[in-house]
Structure formats: structure tokens, C-alpha cells
Design a protein around this ligand. Structure first.
Ligand code: GRG
Length: 330
């Protein structure tokens, strides 16, 4: 985030946190980078293994699925699953299938979002988008297959009761009232199929944006956290903490994403930037300005961290991630 002062959560080692005060340990940029590397080291072989399919899966389809799923992503959703399970006292192995499943849903949504009928993008995760590397029909089928495989992976990877509950959580987060519904409304606004929000009062525009983002982006983050909790047999109180974290984290992520779209660097981001402003689309920076967007994102990061403070040290990674998410450059 060019021009954005480092979050207090990313101060240099040994410095004092403006948010948490001098007595609290301060997560450093290098510590969250190491933690995310650890998640990638755990999850990536499992993502690859999940795509070792029988000869009945068409080779071109599997190649497209590998292109989409194994491309270098941040793996934020698997990190949320694993760190939520850790916060609730669980181990990563029991939550691995849920982490793989959520990343599959995310990868499918990116493949479909990039299609010519939607965002029509050429670059994703620093590589040609799936329909560019293959073809449009294969990209559609790739998304369909990743979505179905996500549910199969989850159903196989958890004990029966948790699997049933987990499939419900993931289906709701991916469905018409969440991911797909948010995407559909976003598209409807962009294509002029619903009344133009650009003429509405700023407070109404912010409400509209929050409703889009809660469904399009936030719901899958929240599902990742809930699945991590389920894998650890979390108590209702612990699930409520994770849900509060998810709500604040999801919006903080999205505001940061809007800021990066306005100010970020294409090479660092690995995707096209400036596209929202270029289309006259409503974003947090266009509605409330860059400074107010940064302030809101930082206060949401603090809110997210506070939501999991009751877990103590077991939620250190979730705490650090909330601060990093609003100070990242990709
Ligand atoms: C097509 C059903 C359907 C939904 C699409 C995911 C999505 C909904 C749209 C993508 C457009 C977009 C840029 C949304 C902003 C939030 C987002 C999902 C960004 C990408 O997530 P990251 O930053 O990506 O976690 P990586 O590549 O690191 O995994």
C-alpha cells in the first residue's frame, strides 16, 4: 500500500506498538511472512495431492485445475482455517481437508471471475488467467470441477457429523446468498441492470459496498474460520469469537484490496490494477477517499484482533494476520 504508514502491528522488532502498548508483543512483518510460508509449506503439497485424480478426469481439465489451484496465491483462506483450529486448541492435520476445500472454492471463483463474461482478465497470480492459458470452455469446466471437488474433499476429510456441518457452512458461503449473490449484484451494478448507486448519498454507497463485500469476499473468509473451529470441536463461544473476527477481517481485507487496486503495482500484485476506478466502479477510496479508507481498515484490523484476544497466545497468528492484511502490498 504505497504511502501507507506501516501498521502498528508491523513495527520493527523491539519497537513499541501504538495499538497494543509497550507491554504487548508486536507481530513483525517477517514473523507473519514466516507464518504464511509455513502454511504454504503445509497446504501446497496437499493441494497438489488432491488433484491426483483417476484417468476418468480429462487430462486437459486436470491441467487447467492444476494451473488454477497451484498458482502462487497467498493461501489466506487455508491460513484462516489452520489458525482458527489452532486458536481453538486443534491440530492442523485434522483441519487440512477443510483448508484444501476452501482454497478450491476460492480458486474456482477466481477462474470464473476472470472469464470474458465477467471481469475479462488476462493476468491472475502473475500468470495468464485460466481461459487464456487454456480456453474459455475448459476454464468454465475447471471452475465447476474445483467447486465439486471442494465438497468431495470436505466430505471425505472430516468425521461424518463435522463433515455434514462443514458442507453446509461451505455451501452457504459459496451460494446465492453469499459468494455468488455478491458477485451477481456487483455485476448487475456494473452492467446497469439495477438502479445506479453512484448517485446515492455516501452513507448509502458505503452500506451497499459493505453488503457486496460481506457476501462476495467476507463469507468465504468467515466459512474458513468456522471450518477451522469445527475441525477442533470448538465451543459455541469460540465459534462466536471467530465469527466476530471474520466480519471485521473480511471488510478490512476488502478495503485494503480497493486501496491496492487504486495504488498498487501490477507486478507485485500479479493481477491488473486500476480496473475499478477505470470503470467508474464504486470502491471505498472513491466513496470516502484514501485516508478515510486507510483509517477504517486499520480500525477494523484492531477490531478483528480484539475479537480473538480471549484465545490468548493461541490466536497470535490471527492477530498478526489482521494487522498485516491492511498493510500488505499484494
Ligand atoms: C465468479 C462466483 C464468482 C465469484 C467471484 C472471488 C470473486 C468472486 C471475485 C474476484 C474479484 C476480486 C478481485 C475480489 C476481491 C477479493 C478477492 C477475492 C481477491 C483475491 O483474493 P486473494 O488476495 O488472492 O486472497 P490470492 O491470489 O492471493 O489467493
Amino acid at each position: 500500500m504505497a504511502g501507507c504508514p506501516a501498521s502498528p502491528g508491523l513495527s520493527a522488532p523491539g519497537s513499541q506498538s501504538l495499538v497494543f502498548g509497550p507491554d504487548m508483543s508486536v507481530p513483525t512483518a517477517s514473523s507473519i511472512t514466516r507464518s504464511l510460508d509455513e502454511v504454504r509449506g503445509f497446504i501446497e503439497p496437499r493441494l497438489a495431492a488432491a488433484l491426483e485424480l483417476s484417468a476418468d478426469a480429462s487430462p486437459r481439465l486436470v491441467a487447467a485445475m492444476r494451473h488454477a489451484l497451484l498458482a502462487p496465491g497467498k493461501r489466506l483462506r487455508p491460513a484462516l482455517v489452520l489458525w482458527a483450529t489452532e486458536a481453538c486448541g486443534g491440530g492442523w492435520d485434522a483441519a487440512a481437508a477443510a483448508a484444501v476445500a476452501v482454497e478450491m472454492i476460492h480458486a474456482y471463483s477466481l477462474v470464473h471471475d476472470d472469464l470474458p463474461a465477467m471481469d475479462d482478465d488476462d493476468l491472475r497470480r502473475g500468470r495468464p488467467t485460466c481461459h487464456r492459458a487454456f480456453d474459455e470452455a475448459t476454464a468454465i469446466l475447471c471452475g465447476d470441477a474445483l467447486q465439486a471437488l471442494a465438497f468431495e474433499t470436505l466430505a471425505r476429510g472430516l468425521p461424518p457429523a463435522a463433515a455434514a456441518r462443514g458442507c453446509l457452512v461451505l455451501a452457504r458461503a459459496s451460494g446465492p446468498e453469499a459468494l455468488v449473490g455478491g458477485q451477481a449484484d456487483d455485476l448487475a451494478a456494473e452492467r446497469g441492470w439495477i438502479p445506479d448507486m453512484t448517485a446515492a448519498a455516501p452513507a448509502e454507497q458505503v452500506g451497499w459496498l459493505e453488503r457486496i463485500h460481506r457476501r462476495k469476499t467476507g463469507a468465504l473468509f468467515s466459512a474458513a474460520l468456522e471450518l477451522g473451529g469445527l475441525a477442533a470441536n470448538a465451543t459455541p463461544a469460540d465459534l462466536a469469537r471467530l465469527a466476530n473476527y471474520g466480519r471485521a477481517f473480511g471488510l478490512a481485507f476488502q478495503i485494503a484490496d480497493d486501496i491496492l487496486d487504486a495504488e498498487g503495482d501490477e507486478a507485485t500484485m500479479g493481477k491488473r490494477v486500476g480496473k475499478d476506478a477505470g470503470r467508474g466502479k464504486l470502491t471505498f477510496p472513491t466513496v470516502v477517499g484514501l485516508d478515510a479508507s486507510r483509517t477504517r481498515a486499520r480500525s477494523l484490523a484492531v477490531e478483528a484482533a480484539e475479537a480473538v484476544a480471549g484465545f490468548g497466545g493461541r490466536a497470535a497468528a490471527l492477530d498478526a494476520l489482521a494487522h498485516w492484511i491492511v498493510a500488505r502490498d499484494h
